[in-house]
Design a binder for this molecule. Structure first.
Ligand code: URP
Ligand code: ZN
Ligand code: ZN
Length: 488
């Protein structure tokens, strides 16, 4: 009998801090040994000249999810997970969305039913909380956290999803008590409505005006408010899909002060800009997302904030709506921008874009690429015990990247259920050519190697904020508030 089921030899292995040449021995789906001259194996992959990196973890994507207006995303858990795998990912964390009146237990049951039989890679869920009733806050949410769903998203905008400041405080209190992380879509609802109204009534309803209707100030106001409210309760938050320099700066400042704040940005804010929405007819609808694309100067600032660590998380925010009546044009062939479904596809391109434009072009190190691809997310979202790095004892989730492969992006080559990609025509240097999950090839030789449903649910641990001191607001601290104990 061989020592290992599989060995990957001669590759350049990288973690979030180190790069070295080593062989990796895999046994029973786990990384069993890292070193040289390791012993025998049933199978061997020669990775000479290639990078052997942790499989990516895509922690912000919308898959087989109904929007608040009832529109279903174009990808289900099969096409979404296949597309993720071809883009070098071995784990996804999409959203399980609670719409008003729904019970969280039922929502999670629905999403387990969607993902379990179809996903080809491992998965977890973040909840979306839109209806924080007493039962949700005191029974359902604590139970979901206990069951390994240790993060959830709330919205400060969208009429059918928005939670007000008081509801945010209630949600933060539960998150703090039970060790969960709250993700925040931070945009000021009134500013967006006011601008949208003004634009549409003055005859500016074409898709490109969507970019003006969500001002940068709407984002920075809401980020500021979210940080103030969460800081008051002293609970960790993650501001998702940050698009503006002003928003990033508020996050950087809060982190400087030791607050429990994380930041995320997405490829669309680094590789695309609003000028690209100025297209004939409805074409610009393909680039309507929220927060919207900004200008070229913002693009540079977002890159800088990724480089300097203001953003610890880099996610696709894959929200695929086809350019037809099933998606972008569900309100008719020529809807005004407020009626265009928000979101861009990008789950397969997230990592190739960053590898090519970030690492290969010298903007970030290989180790920083690994942090953003997998390691940071595994730590922040409580998956560090099994995923996120090539470490003995962890799952053998590995992507082997060939820096010699160059490709011109074409929607028809991607594996999602979309007919367009915002990155059409870009030249990409380097590609994940072999992707292993728990030691088994899921992608090799440009082919999917597994059946639907091989992905497994990953229960996540409570959120670890070691090193982020925060502080309880004096008004809540019995030591200085005349002894009032609100149980926080
Ligand atoms: O436009 C976007 N980003 N749609 C997806 C939903 C969300 O808010 O992340
Ligand atoms: Zn959002
Ligand atoms: Zn999203």
């Amino acid at each position: 009998m061989s020592d290992f089921d599989l060995k990957i030899v001669n590759g350049t292995v990288a973690s979030a801090s180190e790069t070295y040449t080593a062989d990796i021995g895999i046994k029973d789906g786990l990384i069993a040994a890292i070193g040289r001259r390791l012993g025998s194996a049933d199978d061997v992959i020669d990775a000479a000249g290639q990078y052997v990196l942790p499989g990516g973890i895509e922690a912000h994507c919308h898959i087989e999810q109904e929007s608040s207006s009832g529109l279903m995303t174009a990808d289900d858990y099969y096409s979404g997970s296949v597309s993720a795998a071809f883009g070098g990912n071995t784990c996804i964390v999409p959203f399980a969305a609670q719409h008003r009146g729904q019970s969280l237990a039922k929502v999670l049951e629905t999403y387990h039913g969607r993902a379990g039989p179809k996903s080809v890679i491992d998965y977890s869920f973040h909840l979306i909380i839109s209806d924080p009733t007493d039962d949700v806050l005191h029974n359902e949410l604590p139970q979901a956290i206990e069951d390994g769903i240790t993060s959830f998203k709330i919205y400060m905008t969208y009429d059918r999803l928005i939670v007000d400041d008081g509801q945010m405080l209630d949600i933060f209190t539960v998150a703090k008590k039970h060790g969960a992380l709250t993700m925040i879509h931070a945009e000021n609802n009134a500013m967006i409505k006011w601008m949208s109204d003004k634009l549409v009534t003055s005859g500016h309803g074409e898709p490109k005006y969507h970019a003006l209707s969500h001002p940068r100030a709407a984002e920075s106001e809401a980020i500021n408010r979210a940080i103030a409210l969460a800081g008051f309760i002293d609970t960790p938050i993650l501001i998702v899909h940050v698009s503006s320099a002003a928003g990033a700066r508020i996050i950087a400042e809060a982190r400087y002060e030791g607050r429990k704040v994380f930041g995320e940005t997405c490829p669309q804010y680094m590789f695309l800009n609003m000028e690209q929405m100025d297209l004939p007819g409805m074409q610009g609808a393909q680039l309507c997302c929220s927060p919207p694309l900004r200008d070229r100067a913002s693009q540079e600032e977002i890159w800088r904030c990724l480089q300097n660590g203001t953003f610890q998380v880099y996610s696709s925010d894959h929200a695929p709506y086809r350019f037809d009546s099933s998606g972008k044009l569900s309100a008719g062939p020529t809807p005004e921008f407020p009626k265009i479904a928000n979101g861009l596809p990008g789950i397969e391109m997230r990592l190739p874009l960053l590898f090519s434009e970030g690492f290969m072009k010298g903007r970030i190190s290989l180790n920083h690429f690994v942090s953003l691809a997998a390691t940071n997310v595994s730590r922040i979202y409580g998956m560090d015990h099994c995923k996120g790095s090539i470490t003995e004892g962890k799952d053998a989730d590995i992507a082997i990247w060939d820096p010699e492969v160059t490709r011109v992006v074409k929607a028809t080559d991607l594996h999602d259920n979309m007919e367009y990609t915002p990155y059409e025509g870009m030249e990409i240097i380097g590609w994940p050519i072999t992707v292993l999950q728990r030691g088994k090839a899921i992608v090799a030789n440009n082919e999917l190697q597994v059946e639907r449903g091989v992905g497994q649910f990953v229960p996540r641990r409570k959120i670890d904020c070691t090193g982020m001191p925060g502080r309880l607001a004096p008004e809540l601290d019995p030591a200085v508030n005349f002894g009032v104990d609100l149980g926080l």
